[in-house]
Ligand binder design. Structure first.
Ligand code: GTP
Ligand code: MG
Length: 465
């Protein structure tokens, strides 16, 4: 049976902030999401299922990986939008055609009471250094500037299509920006740095322009550590090296004057990797934190001292501020050319991939200190046999939270299973929103010794290039 398409949530809108819609009703029956047990040998047979790859490779992406068992990428392409892409930046608020109705279960279960809010005092990335004060950006000389052609998002004029990397240091809001641009949450986002681990593509088609965004892991300053951290850095820099346009994302920081040293370091890395002809747009995110927008001026002037940027766009992924302007700016920078993908394409990820990421997001939110950085999530079963059930559409998902040590396993499970239960409750809610049907989620915890450091371990988790 072909996999169902990911539908833009009814409230979702391209260029809009992501608002999580409260589920009206979900499940009557007790979800099995919170089962805190190790996977049965039969289940884990042959190790975790390989990451499901896209059916159709997108630019900058290697050959597709074989889909994992039960993972069904959409026929011919990644998950698609439900309806033709909106034109002229219009936020499509129409209910997707053919969209499955939300589950009507009576006795709707309220939002999990026990689910913990995102920890506020969580520690930042392991050993991440933060340098205060203004710094100088030491960059190679700029490439000779090319005269930019003016284009608009009107249906007139030549078709344009290009890839756009979203790069920058961890936690500046790259994934949030992509989600907001697409009007659909496909990337995990948390307040903890290093949430994104692999490049993830999202497609926005408006009128005659198609932008293929590549969300990337944060450019951290822990080079030379090998393992997962190196993989993440390579993923981000490979995206910068292979796209038509680079968005260098920074965040507004009310407490800091001048350029953050980690931003400066990240920019040097990007400039060294990207092709000389590739334009870089500076995207200043989180402008919503500024009560007085005049405070943007000194921030802009700090960055504007160099002529390396093809444009400067302050935005707020949370509020959706200025995202349409960002799309306009990018649409004039991408090359002329036919669209590479159907206009309703949304991403190269299968629903199964996205489910794994969203479960991992909840794992990151529920765990503390080093633990979030040493866990992976694999979806072993993604059973859609009952998804078309008119009475009670249901998807059954079995996921494995992989940790590095037995002691970590106990921490993930928590006292009497409370932590894995909280993870499961939060994840199930998010997955029901994504899949627009009831979800039965089972979670298991498994130890894979030091997987973040070994090539074999990384490959098993799908982190291989
Ligand atoms: N106030 C505010 N917060 C934002 C905005 N965009 C993102 N954030 C928050 O910033 C934090 C990091 O967001 P992410 O989108 O995960 O950041 P990222 O750059 O993808 O992070 P990595 O994947 O770790 O590199 C989250 O807590 C977001 O909610 C924004 O426009 N305004
Ligand atoms: Mg991210």
């Amino acid at each position: 049976m072909p996999s169902k398409k990911i539908r833009r949530a009814p409230t979702g809108a391209a260029h809009g902030p992501q608002k999580q819609k409260r589920e009206k009703g979900s499940t009557k029956s007790k979800p099995r999401a919170e089962t805190p047990s190790a996977p049965q040998p039969s289940r884990a047979k042959g190790g975790p299922a390989p990451k499901a790859g896209p059916a159709k490779p997108l630019p900058g992406k290697g050959p597709p990986k074989p889909p994992g068992k039960g993972a069904k990428p959409l026929p011919g392409k990644g998950p698609t939008r439900p309806s033709p892409a909106p034109s002229q930046g219009a936020a499509s608020k129409a209910k997707p055609q053919g969209a499955k109705p939300a589950p009507q279960g009576q006795g709707a279960k309220p939002a999990p009471q026990g689910a913990k809010p995102a920890p506020q005092g969580a520690k930042p990335a392991p050993k991440g250094k933060k340098a205060a004060g203004p710094v100088t950006i030491d960059l190679p000389p700029p490439a000779p500037s090319k005269k930019k052609k003016r284009a608009t998002l009107s249906a007139e004029g030549p078709a344009r299509c290009g890839t756009v990397a979203l790069v920058g240091r961890p936690n500046v809001g790259k994934s949030s920006i992509m989600n907001a641009l697409l009007g659909q949450k496909i990337a995990a986002t948390t307040h903890k740095p290093q949430t994104t681990r692999r490049a993830l593509r999202g497609v926005l088609t408006e009128a005659n322009t198609q932008l293929v965004f590549v969300d990337t892991p944060g450019l951290h300053s822990e080079e030379g550590k090998g393992g997962l951290l190196s993989y993440m850095l390579d993923e981000a820099l490979a995206a910068a090296a292979s796209t038509d346009v680079v968005c260098f994302v920074v965040e507004v920081d009310r407490k800091r004057q001048g350029v953050h040293k980690d931003d400066a370091d990240a920019l040097v890395k990007v400039m060294a990797k990207k092709k000389a002809s590739v334009p870089v747009v500076l995207v200043i995110n989180k402008v919503d934190v500024l009560e007085d927008k005049a405070a943007l001026l000194p921030i802009l002037s700090t960055w504007a001292t160099s002529d390396r940027f093809a444009g400067y766009v302050p935005v707020s992924a949370h509020d959706g501020d200025n995202l349409a302007e960002l799309v306009r700016e990018l649409s004039r920078l991408v090359p002329e050319g036919e669209h590479l993908l159907p206009s309703d394409s949304l991403t190269d990820q299968s629903e199964r991939d996205i489910a794994a990421e969203l479960i991992r997001e909840k794992v990151m939110l529920e765990l503390h200190e080093e633990l979030p950085y040493r866990t992976a999530v694999i979806v072993e079963h993604f059973d859609e046999a009952r998804r078309d059930d008119l009475q009670k559409p249901l998807v059954h998902i079995a996921g494995v939270v992989v940790v590095e040590k037995d002691s970590h396993k106990a921490m993930v499970i928590g006292k009497q299973g409370t932590r894995i239960k909280a993870i499961g409750q939060r994840a199930r809610k998010e997955l029901e929103h994504l899949l627009m049907c009831q979800v039965h989620l089972e979670l298991f915890v498994k130890v894979e010794k030091d997987w973040t450091q070994s090539g074999a371990g990384l490959r098993k988790m799908g982190y291989d290039r």
